[in-house]
Design a protein around this ligand. Structure first.
Ligand code: AMP
Length: 304
């Protein structure tokens, strides 16, 4: 595995590969890697002859300076994990290399899909994400780029950007990787204390509750209310939003469908967590065994 830190060097390598007939898969990350990231790398590895991953903590997507500085950084560890997963190049640019004209210059302004939910609670976040991903795409020049469904609204924003700007890149969404008790893997989980780690399972119960409610009916408001109730009843967990949305527009559908997403965000002991699940997938509901009170409300057949 080669480490590259200059845009021009990455472009040159990517062009050379393309002329030799290779396909190029790209996985952008901010480092602090865990099994969720590695599963995205694996998806890229399986479908492409070359894989580029980036490790870049993007300053423009943080709304709070303290959050940016607290973000965990361990490039040696990340590089070792990426090499083991079969990555050909890790792109690790400095901030000046990514933003040669300064932060805030030549931004990509995402459309309506970025307005609600994460966009509302983290002002400027998606503009930072869309801008850095566009710049990373122009450095890696990939055929396909891979994103986790754990950040479902981010996936929708990037898909809309690629469509809107006509970028010749296929966007691939990858399944959320969970801990054995259902908590979605996230670099933020390390900041939870023992109580917080336990309380955080309320998000999993809320998504399981949404999938169970969907098996019983299609009413968007009712499903969202059942999620809010589960979070509100949990100690130490402060709800930011619980909603049912269309995965492409991030607006509530008229009636819930199998591919609609239950999406939730909450603060657990000061740590902000997000998660989501496809209503028809009936996958998170399997973790409801950790929450016996839910089992009774799950219609027969959903768990089988
Ligand atoms: P980040 O480093 O947090 O920007 O994440 C890099 C990529 O990994 C994004 O596409 C995320 O959606 C994805 N990712 C993060 N956590 C998970 C997870 N638990 N399962 C699957 N993908 C994930």
């Amino acid at each position: 595995m080669r480490t590259i830190d200059l845009v021009a060097d990455l472009q040159a390598q990517s062009r050379a590969w393309r002329s030799a007939g290779s396909t190029i898969g790209f996985v952008p990350t901010m480092g602090a890697l865990h099994e969720g990231h590695i599963s995205v790398v694996r998806a890229a590895r399986e479908a492409n002859s070359r894989v580029i991953a980036s490790v870049f903590v993007n300053p423009t997507q943080f709304s709070e300076e303290a959050d940016l500085h607290a973000y965990p950084r361990d490039f040696e560890r990340d590089a070792a994990l990426l090499e083991k997963a079969g990555v050909d190049i890790v792109f690790h640019p400095a901030v000046d290399e990514m933003y040669p004209s300064g932060l805030g210059e030549s931004v990509v302004r995402p459309g309506a899909v970025a307005e609600g939910f994460e966009g509302e609670h983290r002002p400027g976040h998606f503009e930072g994400v869309a801008t850095v991903v566009a710049r990373l795409f122009n450095a890696a020049l990939p055929d396909r780029a891979y994103f986790g469904r754990k950040d479902a609204q981010q996936l929708a924003v990037i898909s809309a950007m690629v469509r809107g700007l006509g970028l010749p890149i296929e966007i691939v969404g990858c399944p959320t990787v969970r801990e054995s008790d259902g908590l979605a893997m996230s670099s933020r989980n390390a900041r939870l204390d023992a109580d917080g780690r336990h309380h955080a399972l309320a998000l999993v119960r809320a998504l399981a509750g949404a999938q169970a409610a969907f098996a019983a009916g299609r009413d968007v408001t009712g499903i969202a209310a059942s999620m809010s109730r589960i979070i509100d009843e949990a100690p130490g967990v402060v709800l930011e939003y619980a909603a049912v949305v269309d995965p492409r527009t991030f607006r509530p559908p008229a009636a819930a469908a199998g591919d609609s997403l239950a999406a939730v965000a909450a603060r657990v002991g000061g740590v902000r967590l997000i998660d989501n699940a496809e209503l028809g997938a009936a996958d998170v509901v399997r973790f409801a065994a950790a929450a016996p009170s839910l089992i009774a409300s799950i219609p027969q057949g959903v768990l089988s």
